[in-house]
Design a protein around this ligand. Structure first.
Ligand SMILES: CC(C)(COP(=O)(O)OP(=O)(O)OC[C@H]1O[C@@H](n2cnc3c(N)ncnc32)[C@H](O)[C@@H]1OP(=O)(O)O)[C@@H](O)C(=O)NCCC(=O)NCCS
Length: 283
């Protein structure tokens, strides 16, 4: 078995990577708010490439920038006909020695593509839990909750406040980077902040495609959780989307996040069976 030539990704490899992702059926892309070409250009990513002896790209493995000791395996592709087990192991083992210096303690992956499941144990990943999808249809809403909150649209100058809320509400690796917020606002149909006594205490970011909406993020600072801030943000979002003709909404949350599921259930969301496993390497 020949050892592939391993190189760090640079911009000159962009065409090779995009082409491999296009032609291979063994791919994994979980890029959230980014198109592939954009994600490849982000600062802080760790992207390793494997070339064969003839200069053909046969594998790519990309991790997101590290945030509070966690990162995501966001990009993976192995060329058609290549030895998946071998290429994957070589790519992964070439990155592992860098983790300590880079401050990486955990690497998570959302297993959107089933083919990967057989290979994750080779890289010492283990199953953590599922991300569940909840869905609601129609326009019915419960009685609006009352709360002395100021709701207003969020803009790029609010990103620092949104990050403060986000990083207090979510543990790693679920927190968003500044670049994630910037891009989420670019694509969002709704970005609302909840202010209490002049301070941002919660936010939501949601997307819309014709009559379908997706609640992408909802977070409240821990000190005010359980006091209906999340309900106020959700109620406001659903009313606004109802007026815009949205008749179907989805949201994802962790299976273990019972609090958020109770809130969504109160607003008519039901699990639709589209669950995605999360695996993780590290502690
Ligand atoms: C999920 C979240 C957005 C809900 O916002 P919230 O302001 O806490 O929610 P609400 O007060 O409107 O109530 C939501 C439900 O959770 C319950 N709840 C909220 N906080 C609670 C707490 N600290 N203890 C027990 N129950 C709690 C409420 O009682 C309510 O359930 P009910 O309608 O059956 O009474 C918020 O808890 C949060 O930011 N969590 C961390 C980030 C997260 O998980 N986001 C959602 C993932 S998609």
């Amino acid at each position: 078995m020949t050892t592939p030539l391993l190189v760090d990704y640079e911009r000159k490899h962009r065409h090779d990577v995009l082409s491999l992702l296009f032609y291979s059926r063994r791919t994994h892309t979980h890029l959230d708010w980014y198109k592939t070409g954009h994600w490849l250009d982000l600062q802080g990513n760790m992207i390793q490439l494997a070339y064969d002896g003839k200069g053909k790209l046969i594998g790519v493995l990309g991790l997101s920038a590290v945030l509070n000791e966690g990162c995501w395996l966001r990009l993976l592709a192995i060329a058609q006909g290549a030895d998946i087990r071998h290429i994957l192991t070589v790519l992964w083992q070439s990155l592992c020695p860098r983790f300590e210096n880079a401050g990486v303690r955990t690497v998570a992956i959302l297993v959107i593509n089933n083919w990967l499941t057989a290979y994750l144990p080779l890289m010492d990943f283990r199953y953590i839990e599922d991300v569940v999808t909840m869905h609601r249809t129609g326009v019915d809403l419960p009685t609006a909750p009352t709360h002395p909150l100021l709701l207003r649209n969020g803009y790029s100058e609010d990103i620092a406040d949104m990050m403060r809320v986000d990083h207090a509400a979510f543990p790693s690796p679920w927190q968003m980077t500044r670049a994630d917020f910037f891009n989420s606002q670019r694509q969002a149909a709704s970005c609302t902040l909840a202010e209490y006594k002049g301070r941002v205490v919660g936010y939501e970011v949601s997307t819309r495609h014709h009559t379908s909406g997706h609640l992408a993020r909802l977070a409240v600072i821990p000190q005010l959780q359980g006091k209906r801030v999340g309900s106020v943000l959700l109620h406001n979002l659903l009313s606004k989307f109802n007026r815009r003709g949205v008749r179907s909404m989805t949201v994802n949350t962790q299976q273990s996040n019972i609090r958020s599921q109770r809130l969504y259930a109160r607003y008519g969301f039901r699990r639709n069976g589209f669950d995605i496993p999360i695996w993780q390497w590290g502690v």
